[in-house]
Design a protein around this ligand. Structure first.
Ligand code: COA
Ligand code: MG
Length: 299
């Protein structure tokens, strides 16, 4: 993990003053100020100005959390207008929807190079998280993120709604209400691609925002599977997500004991702990977990 993991990223529709006013107290690790699907066509231009003003109002160093912006995708006429407007406010990152492949991310990165120079921002300051499964071709390109050399890439996430539309599906869930096979498949591919690229793996949103127990259960599973954080769509989801993606005291304790066991046997590739064999992957996992715990504890 090269950067501080984002447990929760809360979507805020960019055209809503009322919801923008809730940012400072929402408790998320990042907010995503949305210019794309949460904003109706007629409000695109107004939302762009509103979000740019919102960003400009707080210097990056004084923000209570990271401020990201979801811009409109390259198959619309809005992307460059969005970027020009919001880069004047030095966002912490751009959430890029409907990417087809790592080349789309590279193209965005080049625009950011120019706009950072134009606004006197440090080169590479603005990070990127693509929603990397929203078109039919996108899943086939996921493995290429690992060797694409995209230094702004902070994480990968996935989405089921636009992919369903892309394949003409009338549903994305099966008879039991779980994600249908196509969506489970791309979710796992996104997880693998993120770890192959050494970036954060962010699970998609949990639609039923009144079902906190269901959200917690779903997050517990996602974290156990290797996801490092999750998208939120309602402020009521943030605490549950933050808590679910935080290493538990028992996990921290176990990780410490793993490292102690290795420290007690210098040079050993494998050691025993509580009657079980542990080896290098366990050690790496323990180091990762302690780094995460330290990062979250410092907040
Ligand atoms: N960000 C900030 N504030 C939010 C919010 C959000 N994402 N979602 C809800 N709120 C606020 C509401 O404005 C409301 O404020 P109030 O108490 O001052 O009236 C309060 O939280 C409670 O909201 P609630 O009535 O429970 O929900 P709602 O019916 O107003 O909104 C949604 C439901 C789904 C429309 C809303 O949660 C939302 O806009 N989510 C984000 C959608 C989005 O960005 N989607 C794009 C990515 S998929
Ligand atoms: Mg969408």
């Amino acid at each position: 993990m090269t950067a501080l993991p984002l447990r929760s990223m809360l979507f805020i529709p960019g055209d809503s003053d009322k919801k923008l006013a809730k940012v400072k107290d929402c408790g998320a690790d990042a907010v995503i100020l949305d210019l794309e699907d949460a904003v109706a066509h007629a409000n695109k231009a107004a939302a762009r100005v509103k979000v740019a003003d919102f960003l400009k109002a707080t210097h990056p160093a004084r923000r209570p959390m990271q401020y990201w912006v979801r811009v409109n995708p390259f198959d619309t006429p809005h992307t460059l207008d969005d970027l020009v407007a919001v880069m004047a406010g030095a966002p912490d990152g751009i959430f890029q929807p409907k990417t087809n492949d790592p080349e789309d991310v590279r193209r965005l990165s080049h625009y950011l190079d120019a706009l950072e120079a134009a606004h006197g921002l440090e080169r590479g300051h603005v990070k990127i998280i693509p929603v990397a499964t929203e078109t039919a071709i996108a899943p086939f390109t996921l493995g290429r993120f690992a060797s694409a050399g995209l230094s702004r890439l902070l994480g990968l996430t996935w989405g089921a709604e636009d992919l369903a539309a892309a394949v003409g599906a009338s549903t994305n869930v099966d008879a039991s209400g779980q994600w249908d096979f196509t969506y489970r498949m791309v979710r796992s591919m996104c997880l693998l691609a993120a770890h192959a690229a050494g970036v954060q793996a962010l699970d998609t949103l949990y639609v039923d925002f009144r079902d906190e127990e269901g959200l917690r259960a779903s997050c517990r599973i996602a974290r156990a599977q290797g996801f490092t954080g999750r998208i939120a769509i309602h402020p009521a989801q943030v605490a549950a997500i933050n808590e679910s993606f935080m290493p538990s005291p028992a996990e921290v304790e176990h990780a410490r004991r793993v490292l102690e066991a290795f420290a007690a046997s210098p040079g050993a590739g494998t050691v025993g702990l509580d009657g079980k064999m542990i080896d290098i992957p366990h050690r790496k996992q323990a180091e990762k977990l302690l780094a995460q715990a330290a990062a979250f504890g410092a907040r």
